[in-house]
Design a binder for this molecule. Structure first.
Ligand SMILES: [Zn+2]
Length: 362
């Protein structure tokens, strides 16, 4: 029932609409127009998220279908090309299959439901978010009382079709500001405290990278100093830590903060530590009704479910935290966030068949 050619055209159209994070206006307009062909209950909230409510043929709780509208980074003018049944970008940019494959699959499923009124379906809440790639901004700004759904599916993962994300990490964002003391580097360096050296000392002693199989940490950005002849008074360091076990995240964050405090103390500097919980993690047992719902739908199509634990957050982290149990599934997006990003047309098609079966069996 899924129309493969129509689905591919929908995907290509979406890819050609620029939507780097913070610039989702155009794609939002496009999606609003599309959704209005199926339901009058379409709105855009203050954050820019697109929300639609569709009536069902079955009584019972509504379900949520979600994907994000923004693409990572700043790439524009993406030109999709098809080679051997696989859609790539021309090579200089990302493709944006993360997460336009999710958007395209949802649109194709809604069109299929409209074309086939005999297919049973529950009431649907559709949410297309902004700013997912910038820390789940849209999902966090969402007024959850606008949703009727009591469980949801987030289309925003790679892996073979059938991949189900059963756990995702907690993440902390760190912003450290090291305050040293400025001084003339040639005339009286002994009166200065070199903030760069303090930060280097802290970072060099820090556990980083893969801490254990479910915990990671990274110092990702550092800036400071003015000129070679000034002992630098200030350095800013941006870092993160993640773990699927909250206590491990708390320990790692504390370790990184302590490294800065110890270094500051050793050099007579001071440090400000701004720590922010970006999102909370979650874990859904493989035998939970939520996971079984999407896994059984895959099996009915002859697709073997695969369970994976993610190293990153998605909008599902926010939905789960706010009491709307949501599971993330693969759309077939591959090598995301790189110029080699691509998606196989067959995966896009099987992804849409899967989501249609998920909706039908809800
Ligand atoms: Zn994504």
């Amino acid at each position: 029932m899924i129309d493969k050619e129509r689905l591919v055209q929908t995907f290509l159209t979406l890819v050609r609409i620029d939507s780097p994070s913070g610039h989702e206006q155009d794609i939002g307009e496009h999606l609003l127009r599309q959704l209005r062909t199926w339901t009058p209950h379409v709105e855009r909230d203050e954050a820019g998220n697109v929300i639609a409510h569709l009536e069902g043929t079955k009584s019972g709780p509504a379900i949520l279908l979600n994907a994000h509208m923004d693409t990572v980074g700043t790439d524009r003018g993406i030109v999709p090309v098809i080679r051997d049944g696989v859609i790539y970008s021309e090579g200089e940019t990302i493709l944006g299959a993360d997460d336009k494959s999710g958007l395209a699959i949802i649109l194709e499923v809604l069109q299929t439901l409209a074309d086939h009124p005999d297919i049973p379906r529950p009431r649907l809440d559709v949410v297309f978010t902004v700013g997912e790639e910038r820390g789940l901004e849209g999902a966090r700004a969402l007024d959850m009382t606008r949703l009727r759904a009591q469980r949801g599916v987030v289309l925003d993962s790679g892996g073979p079709i059938g991949t189900i994300i059963v756990a995702a990490p907690y993440q902390d964002q760190h912003h450290f500001v090291v305050h040293g003391r400025a001084s003339h580097a040639g005339a009286e360096p002994e009166k200065g405290i070199n903030a760069i050296q303090v930060a280097a000392h802290a970072i060099a002693r820090m556990r980083m990278g893969r801490i254990d199989e479910e915990t990671t940490a990274n110092v990702g950005r550092i800036e400071g100093g003015v000129a070679t002849n000034i002992v630098p008074a200030r350095v800013e360091v941006h870092a993160e830590a993640r773990s699927r076990t909250e206590s491990k995240l708390v320990a790692q964050t504390e370790h990184m903060k302590q490294a800065f405090e110890d270094a500051a103390k050793a050099f007579g500097a001071t440090v400000e530590a701004h720590i922010r919980r970006l999102y909370n993690g979650y874990r859904h047992p493989v035998d939970s009704p939520l996971v079984r719902w999407v896994a059984d739908a895959a099996r009915r199509l002859g697709i073997e479910p695969r369970y994976r634990e993610a190293g990153g957050g998605t909008d599902a982290n926010v939905f789960n935290e706010r009491g709307l149990p949501a599971v993330v599934i693969s759309t077939g997006q591959t090598a995301v966030h790189t110029p080699n990003e691509h998606i196989a047309i067959q995966d896009l098609y099987d992804g849409a068949r899967w989501v249609l079966e998920i909706v039908r069996s809800a």
